[in-house]
Design a protein around this ligand. Structure first.
Ligand SMILES: Nc1ncnc2c1ncn2[C@@H]1O[C@H](COP(=O)(O)OP(=O)(O)O)[C@@H](O)[C@H]1O
Ligand SMILES: [Mg+2]
Length: 291
């Protein structure tokens, strides 16, 4: 079920993996890594992860752009912004306005956001899955890839036009998944979509990993679900998990990432730990690529 993105071995056969050129290696270092946070189910922690992963990267002194690609605009309001009109956010980005005009400063100096409002829903049912428009986001981000270290994309609860544009633009997919009964439902469909995108519009896209959210350490069900996911996706589930923590649910109504709302809370600490784990993985992967 898992893909074999980092290995040159498939079903016992050693595959030829072309070595990247010097130009490709340098590009990888100087351009932003684009990470999409996706799961077609709602309420699994996509927005909470997008906001707090982006904020944690920024707090760790990386230049970060968060793009809200969900018409519900929860990343937008969760960082204290009003939902924009169609000239001023993700809708404008996907219809030709340059990203640098749209990116807004946040209270963290190294974090910017392109907000979203409900006008974006018009594009969800438009031609954005057509071959000609599937690359709109990728093309828009190509122009600003050297401005940031990381670009994080929050996506809507559907495998529609927004998510496919994000998958086409991204280097990596992170899947938040609550430690709940039936949580794995839908994961196969998500991995199928990932595989289809890898074949059609973005051979670069990797499954970065699955992040277990809303974990209840003390319940048997929570740990049974976590074990089941780890068994089915070996090596693809982050060691860090995000506990169920009321402070994480409160922070968006104050327009703040959790680290600025309650740094000492378990939720804030968990997102910082997860971000550090992710950064360590990237460092190791890059070291392997460069050697
Ligand atoms: N770890 C957590 N602990 C407690 N509440 C959480 C946690 N993660 C998310 N929530 C809350 O659960 C709801 C759904 O989370 P959200 O991140 O908006 O999911 P999605 O973007 O996938 O729909 C929100 O009200 C959010 O504040
Ligand atoms: Mg959301």
């Amino acid at each position: 079920m898992c893909n074999h993105d980092s290995l040159g071995v498939e079903q016992g056969k050693i595959l030829f993996v072309p070595r990247p050129s010097i130009e490709e290696k340098v590009l990888k270092i100087v351009t932003a890594r684009i990470v999409v946070i996706a799961n077609q189910k709602g309420g699994v922690g996509k927005t909470t992860t997008s906001i707090n992963f982006a904020a944690s990267l920024a707090i760790l002194e990386h230049m970060v752009l968060l793009i809200d690609l969900d018409p519900q605009g929860h990343s937008t309001t969760g960082l204290g912004f009003e939902k924009p009109n169609d000239q001023a956010g993700a809708y404008a980005l996907l219809t030709g306005t340059p990203a640098d005009v749209l990116a807004l400063n946040t209270e963290i100096p190294t974090l910017q956001i392109i907000p979203a409002g409900k006008d974006l829903a018009r594009l969800e049912f438009s031609d954005l899955t057509d071959e000609s428009q599937l690359y709109n986001l990728k093309n828009a981000l190509n122009l600003i890839k050297e401005t940031y270290d990381y670009i994080v994309i929050d996506s809507p609860p559907a495998l529609g036009a927004m998510t496919l544009n994000a998958f086409t633009a991204a280097d990596e997919l992170i899947v938040p998944m609550p430690c709940e009964f039936l949580a794995m439902d839908g994961l196969i469909e998500l991995v199928d979509t990932l595989n289809a995108v890898q074949k059609q519009s973005n051979s670069n896209l990797q499954l970065g990993g699955i992040l277990l959210t809303m974990a209840e350490e003390r319940t048997n069900l929570g740990s049974a679900v976590a074990n089941e996911v780890r068994k089915n996706f070996p090596g693809k589930v982050f060691k860090s998990t995000i506990p169920r923590n009321i402070r994480l649910a409160e922070a968006p109504s104050h327009g703040k990432p959790i680290a600025f709302y309650d740094l000492k809370s378990k939720g804030a600490q968990a997102y910082i730990q997860f971000t550090k784990e992710w950064l360590r993985r990237k460092k190791n992967e890059l070291a392997k690529d460069i050697l």
